[in-house]
Design a protein around this ligand. Structure first.
Ligand SMILES: [Zn+2]
Length: 124
C-alpha cells in the first residue's frame, strides 16, 4: 500500500543485534538535540537501550527499535526489517536466543562476547 520498494543493496545487517536495517537510516539525527549518528556503530555507542522493551512490530515485516539518545535521553526509533521466519518455530528460536543472551550477560559475559558465542549456534 504505497510502501516504497526496498532495494537489496539498502539492507544491512547490524553487527550488534544481527537484525537487518536500511542503510538509508543513516546518518541519523536526534530530533531533540540534533546529534548526528553517522552509522549504525556510532548510533549504537551513543544511545542506550530502553528499560522496557526495545522493539515493537510495525506493519508487515517491519520492526521498530527504540533507543535513548545518551545526550538528551529522547527516544529514537529505527525501522528494522524482519525477514526471518514468522512461524512459531522461528519466534521460539528468537526467544531462546534472547534468553540465552540475557543469561550470558547477567553472568558477567560481555555483550560482544555473548553474541559471538550465540552466533556460533546458527539460528534462522
Ligand atoms: Zn539527543
Amino acid at each position: 500500500m504505497g510502501e516504497k520498494k526496498i532495494e537489496t543493496n539498502e539492507i544491512q545487517t547490524c553487527s550488534f543485534t544481527g537484525r537487518q536495517f536500511l542503510s538509508s537510516e543513516y546518518p541519523k539525527l536526534c530530533s531533540c538535540c540534533k546529534k548526528e549518528f553517522n552509522n549504525r556503530q556510532s548510533y549504537w555507542e551513543s544511545t542506550s537501550p530502553l528499560e522496557h522493551g526495545n522493539y515493537s512490530n510495525g506493519n508487515q515485516n517491519d520492526i521498530f527499535e527504540y533507543r535513548n539518545c545518551n545526550d538528551c535521553s529522547s527516544t529514537l526509533v529505527t525501522k528494522l526489517l524482519d525477514e526471518r521466519d514468522h512461524s512459531n518455530e522461528g519466534n521460539k528460536k528468537r526467544e531462546q536466543w534472547e534468553q540465552q543472551f540475557q543469561f550470558l550477560v547477567s553472568n558477567g559475559i560481555p555483550k560482544e562476547r555473548a553474541k559471538t558465542i550465540l552466533s556460533k549456534k546458527k539460528y534462522i
